[in-house]
Design a protein. Structure first.
Ligand code: IMP
Ligand code: MG
Length: 182
């Protein structure tokens, strides 16, 4: 491993870098442009970040959306320290912002089992947004039973456990500027 990475991980071994910092930056820039182009400039856009995993993605993404928008967060935890989905999604924080009549883009780090999306979409839809779309940085394509397919996907993800750029393993590795497999 690169010395800089060793410093960040304390020497804990990563298998390989899957998406480099530069590749992520370029893709997030494209996604920001696509999102900006998708909505009438005079209508309200709310970008809702799903914590904690999307925090870096969201921060980078909204800075690439060149139009007025607002940001809020919600948190839905489906994993403890495990690397497989438990299927049990807990909503830990409700967005303060009213969704009614606004275009909502839900920013997610990664779509894995789809449980999170399948639980959240009906909850958010019930608040009568003008539209609701999902923007996922990564998609593992493990399921065909999604309540809503993300309109924007950054990368097709390998079916490995990934960390970095917001993604964690037991709360570690979120701060890596790239995405690696464990
Ligand atoms: P889902 O509900 O199974 O689709 O999983 C969604 C959530 O699980 C994501 O928002 C992540 O927080 C977490 N997750 C799923 N796959 C991975 C992974 O490969 N690395 C880290 N976290 C993951
Ligand atoms: Mg997690």
């Amino acid at each position: 491993m690169h010395a800089e990475t060793v410093a960040r991980t304390g020497g804990r071994e990563l298998k390989r870098i899957v998406f480099t910092e530069q590749r992520i930056r370029e893709r997030v820039r494209q996604m920001g442009e696509e999102i900006a182009a998708a909505y009438p400039p005079d209508e309200e856009l709310l970008v809702l970040g799903l914590l904690k995993g999307s925090f870096i993605f969201l921060a980078d993404l909204v800075r690439q959306i060149r139009r007025p928008l607002q940001v809020d967060f919600l948190s839905a935890a489906s994993y403890g320290g495990a690397t497989v989905s438990s299927g049990d999604v807990r909503l830990l924080y409700d967005p303060e912002a009213s969704l009614q009549g606004r275009h909502v883009v839900l920013a997610e780090d990664i779509v894995d089992s789809g449980n999170t999306i399948n639980r959240l979409v009906p909850l958010l839809q019930a608040r009568s947004p003008c539209s609701l779309e999902i923007c996922a940085l990564l998609h593992k394509r493990l399921t065909t039973h999604l309540a809503r397919e993300p309109r924007w996907v950054g990368f097709e993800a390998p079916r490995e456990f990934l960390v970095g750029y917001g993604l964690d393993f037991s709360e570690n590795f979120r701060h890596l500027p790239f995405i690696a497999s464990l």
